[in-house]
Design a protein around this ligand. Sequence first.
Ligand code: HEC
Length: 673
Amino acid sequence: MRFLTVIMAAALASCSADTDPATQEQTGAAANVDREAASSVNDYVDNFSLLDHEGRAHELYYYDDAPAIAIMIQGNGCPIVRNAWSDYSAVRDQFAGKGVEFYMLNANRQDKRSTIAEEAENFSYDIPILNDETQLVAEALGVTRTAEVLVISPSDWSIIYRGPVNDRLGYGQQRAEASEHYLADALNAAITGEEIETRIRRSKGCIVNLPEAAKRAEHAAISYSETIAPLLAKNCANCHEEGGIAPWAMTDYSMIEGFAPMIREVVRTKRMPPWSADPHVGTFTNARGLSVAEKQTLVHWIEAGAPRGDGPDPLAARVSDATQWPLGEPDLIIDAPAFDVPASGIVDYQFPTVLNPMGEDVWVRAVTVVPGDKTVVHHALVGSSEKVTKPGEGDYQDVFDNYLIGFVPGAESYIYPEDTGVFVKAGGEFRFQMHYTTSGRATTDNTRLGLYFHKTPPKFPLRQQVALNIALGIEPNAADHKEQAYFEFDNPATIYMLFPHSHYRGKSSVFDVVYPDGREETILSVPDYDFNWQHTYSLAEPLEVPKGAKLIHRTIYDNSARNLANPDPDRTVPWGLQSHDEMLYGSFMFRWTAETADNVVHDPLQFGIRQFYGFADKDMDGKLARSEMPGGLARSWDKGDLKAVDKDGDGALSFAEFYGMRKAQMKRRQSSR
Ligand code: HEC
C-alpha cells in the first residue's frame, strides 16, 4: 500500500513537471524561489569525481578556491541546450580570468560518452561535459531539466543559483536578445559576495529521466543481508578485514552503518575500491571497481538510511582467506635483511641484496612479496642478477637487470602470463629496491619474497622495459605539465602488463600504441592517478604489436597549489627517486613474439639505446637532431667528433647510426681487454 502511494506521488510529480511551463513563470521580485520549488537551493553539494566526454577526471572539491563553479545540465538532442550554448559560452568568455570554472553535466540514460563527444563536436561545445553515468550526482543535485545552470559556491559548497542562463529562450520561441542575465548576475554576486536576489528560477529544457529519483522510498527495501553485505564482501572486505591493509574492518553491519556516509563519499569520489583505470578503455584481468548498477544500489541504500532489514549478516559470518602466501607455499623464500624504519622523516631508498641459494637454473612462473610491516613498505621492486654487488654499491636500476615483481599495497602477487616465465640463473643474487614511508611509529621491517617455479621450462621468456624520461623538468605552479617517452619495438612483441608511475604531482597517465601505419590507440588511461595506489594493469587480451610499433607513455603533472599532495608548488621539479622529485616511468612486461627459451632474439644493447631514444627523441622521428642531444653528446657533435657516425650526413643521429657507433665501441673495449 505504501509503495503504491509513493508511485502515485512520483507519477504526479513528473506530471507537474510536464505542465505548461508558461503557467509556472516567475511571478515577481517578491518571490525569491520559483513556483516549481526545488528543495536544494541551499543544499550543501557533496564532493564527487566524474570523467568528462574525453575521459578526463574532474573532482568538484579540487576547485575549493574558485569564486564559483557553473554547471549547465546538458543532454544530446535537446534544442534548448544547443540554443543556450552560445549564451553560456559567452558568459564563460565574459568571466575569463576571474577564476570561475565552467562545466556541463550529462546524466541522460540514453547518452554515452561516445555520443556525447559527437554532440560536443557537432555543436562546438569546447567545455568538459561531465558524464554522470550512475545519475547519482544529478539525483543529489535535484536536476530535473537540461539547460538549467547550477552555480555552486566553494566557500560553503552551497548552490547559490539554479536556473537559466538568461531570459532569451522559450519552448519553440525565443527573443532576439536577452533582457535579463541571470547567470552573469549570479557570478558577479559570487565574486563580490553580494546577495543574489532570485536564487531559483524555472528553467526551460528537456526533462532528464531520473527514474530512481522518484523511487527514493523503495530504496529502504534494498536488502543489507542479500545485496549490500555480499557486494562489500566481494569488492572491499579482503582489504577491510582484521589484519588487512585498510584502516578499518568490515566485520559486521554496525561497522558498515557507522561508515555509511563515508562509504557514500568514497564511492562518489571514486576513491574506493582503489582502481584508477578509465573503465571505457581496455579490460584488465586484475580490475577492481563497482559497476554502474552496484554503485547505484550501494549509494541508494545509504541515502535511504542504510537500514539493517531482515536476514543474517554475511559480513559477521565471513571468514578471512588471508594467508601469508596467497598462492600457496613458495618453492623458494628469500628474506630481505631486516631494516629499521624510524618514526618520522624521509628514508632514502634501500637496495639490499641476498645471494641466490639455488644451485640450478630456474624459470619463475609467479612471485609474491610479503611486506614485513604493511604500514611502512611503500613499494618494493625485486629482480635478480648473475653478478654479485658489493655492499653499498647497489643502485636503484639494478633490479631491472632481470625484473621479477613490483610490489605495491594491494598487489602483492604476480602470476606471469601463461607459457611465460622469467629465467633466473644459478648463483648471483636477488636485488631489492625498497621504498619506506614513515608512519609515526618506529618499526623493523622484514619483507619476504616467495618464488614459484615452472616444473619444465616455459615456451617464452618474459621481459620488462620502461619508457621513462630522466631529463624531465616541471615548471613551478604548472597545473598541466606534460611529459612523454616512448619505446620502439625492434621485433614483433606481445604486451601483457602496464605500470604507470609518477610521484605526488602525477595527475593522469596514458599508454598509447602508434602502429607503423600511423594508427594510434590508447590501451590504458588513468585519468586520476593516485600516488598511494601503484596499480599494475594486466591486459585481459595480450596485445600483439608489429616491429616498428611505438608504445608511448604520457603523464600530466599538477605542480599547482590546488594539488593537495604537492609538497612545494614553487619548485622546478627534476627527475628523482624520492617522492618530492618526479618520475615519468612507464614500465611494461612483454615478450618478443618470435622469441622462445631456446631461440633468443633479445639484444640488450638495442634495448638500452631504445630506452634513451624514447625520451631524447622528442619529436619521435627516430633520430636525434642537434637540439635533442643531451649535454655530452651535443658537445661531441659540436666538436665534429660524430661526423663519421652521421653516415647519411642528414645532420642528425638515426637510431641505426647511434647503435652502430655503440656496437663498434663495445667491440673495441672487448678486444682491448
Ligand atoms: C585494495 C584494498 C582495498 C579495497 C579493495 C577497498 N579498500 Fe577501502 N581503504 C583501503 C585503504 C588502504 C584505506 C585507507 C585510505 C587510503 O589509503 O586511501 C581505505 C579507506 C577506506 C575508507 C575510509 C576513507 C578514508 O580514507 O577516510 C572507506 C569508507 C573505504 N575504504 C571504503 C571501501 C569500500 C566501500 C570498498 C569496496 C567498495 C573498499 N573500501 C575497498 C583499502 C581498500
